[in-house]
Design a protein around this ligand. Sequence first.
Ligand SMILES: NC(=O)c1ccc[n+]([C@@H]2O[C@H](COP(=O)([O-])OP(=O)(O)OC[C@H]3O[C@@H](n4cnc5c(N)ncnc54)[C@H](O)[C@@H]3O)[C@@H](O)[C@H]2O)c1
Length: 318
Amino acid sequence: MAYLVTGCAGFIGSHLSERLLEQGEEVIGIDCLTPYYDPRIKRHNLENLTRCKNFTWVEEDLLETNLDEWLRKVDCVFHTAAQPGVRLSWGEEFHTYIRQNLLVTQRLLESIKNSGREIRVVFSSSSSVYGNTNQLPMTESAVPQPFSPYGVTKLSSEHLCLAYHANYRIPVVALRYFTVYGPRQRPDMAFHLFCRSILENKPLTILGDGAQTRDFTYVSDIVAANCAAARRPAEGEVFNIGGGSRISLREVVTLLEEITGRAIPVIHQPSAKGDVRDTWASTEKAQRLLDFRPQVSLREGLERQYAWHRDLQTSQRM
Ligand SMILES: NC(=O)c1ccc[n+]([C@@H]2O[C@H](COP(=O)([O-])OP(=O)(O)OC[C@H]3O[C@@H](n4cnc5c(N)ncnc54)[C@H](O)[C@@H]3O)[C@@H](O)[C@H]2O)c1
């Protein structure tokens, strides 16, 4: 089977592409290396992929590339490309979120519709569609109320997918990821910043009081959920994909102190607009219909991510 992975140079897209290639699949990967973070990091993410003969690398913008050409060759699209991040989605930057999240998704769905072929879409959605809610754990049947412009664009993209499914029977599944972490995590994300601060012997910065909680999900569990969603018959469905390890940021610091054997000084700054207080996934639906069960505990995953940062720092010094 051949797959198209959009956003293949990103954190999640690169891990997913690697897994598919390991399974002997053909992968076409499209990414235009947007400047949301340093494109050199994205080139680095691609290194294992471009060595593989089953991988076709397309460095192009999804709003400009000849999608028909790529879609002809695949049976399934993993649509991970997006402009991520809650905090930068306010103000002038919103137009980038509309472009990369909404317009790109619409173009992709339109091309699939026009292809006349049955091409499955696994869409990378986000827990940010839920917004600030007291109804925990979050269930797919709750009314989504995004708390940030980013969340609004992810929800709109998800709705577009469902509208194309309802009208044109495009087999679509949307996976709502809950804070993903692991090696290659985006440099704007909390664990990445925490690990770097520790290795540089700097205090770690927490936005807000640290009592906010997140359901953290290790990247290999996200990859497994994508693979399951591509294989299972479920379509026109939305699923929460969470790691099952809801924890406060304060507790994360304690865990990092245990992992690193160091006392970690913490600085607090005001919380950011758009950041929700708590997230916690009900994964009952994903368990039932996708046979999804997170495999990696937070301690194990955080140990692996910290080791990755340490190795990276060592190799950069050499
Ligand atoms: N990382 C998380 O915790 C998390 C949580 C929830 C949802 N998500 C979603 O998962 C997906 C992947 O997130 P990530 O953390 O890997 O982000 P990422 O920024 O590392 O990867 C996204 C990739 O998409 C590419 N891209 C963006 N617009 C493009 C375009 N027009 N044409 C071609 N390529 C384009 C970027 O260059 C980037 O490499 C996103 O859809 C994001 O919204 C991520």
